[in-house]
Design a protein around this ligand. Sequence first.
Ligand code: SAH
Length: 335
Amino acid sequence: MDLALAHPEYGYYRTRDPLGRKGDFTTAPEISQMFGELLGLWAVDMWQKLGSPRAFNLIEFGPGRGTLMADAVRAAKLVPAFGEAINIFFLETSPTLCAEQKRRVPEASWIDTIETLPIGPCLILANEFFDALPIKQFQKTDLGWQERCVALQSSADDDPPVFAYVLSETVTNPLLLAANVRHAPEGAIAEICPLAQTIMEQLRRHFDANPGAALIIDYGYAHSTAGDSFQALKNHKYIDPLAEPGEADLTAHIDFEALARPFDTDTCYGPVEQGPFLKALGIQARASALSANANEHQRDDIASALKRLTDPGAMGSLFKVIAVTSPDTPAPAGF
Ligand code: SAH
């Protein structure tokens, strides 16, 4: 998964802009400006709760085309002191997307790794970033939990080899898995995302020295659970994840319980579903305000974007939101 997505020459994210109608998938900020605007206002509120520091870092992980940040900053500049205080940073690996981000947010700077987060008060946004990080899968067998690996195999001597799942010969330490997952029945599949865990531990350490909050939005499970969520999207259709490495978007569901594990309960909020979260931030009022100045066609677009972002049958329920904060920090809005 790591190679298919991040190989310097052939990796999926290194070779294209995957977003939008002509790409492979569409994300919330690409559906409507309302999404980024509300997150911008969330950031203003949180900045005020942190005491309105005169300089602080607004950091986005995996910013895609930079659309979310451009919408967020435009909305947030309604409070001029916020606009004057922010330094914008992007954590991004794709050169194609960096170019898009520079076009939409020319004042941004880039950081290469989570180890080099800038010092100072900070707010961090991450929408559909964690689902793109490589996972490991394990399968429960009569021996215990064996890692599910990918190997080249031929079904007959003269057939070209194809990628297939194989089980590791060794058994994995079950303590790697959440307690309830560990006891799943034989045949069950479990997933972990070691890089996501490392990033959350790094964030926790960063917040010990720098006041701030991170808002994480993605699709996945509120509680650790067994299941195979590894999936591939190409041209907005699901395909076999092993079929076209480097040519399809590979993702897995987020385990929000695992993500929050490094944080104490008084520095962790949610997960709440995206629909109620956006409604708590005022998406319906924003949709009405936009509609008041729109023509009929635009009004239909606004109504359908509102539905797509908040409806339980669309993104409103599968997508979830958590916030984590530095110690002794007021509760973020929306929870
Ligand atoms: N947040 C954007 C884009 C989501 S797609 C949106 O909502 O539209 C995932 C993003 O994460 C892309 O920008 C991709 O290039 C970036 N990404 C994937 N793996 C990454 C990694 N290991 N480090 C930094 N960025 C990564």
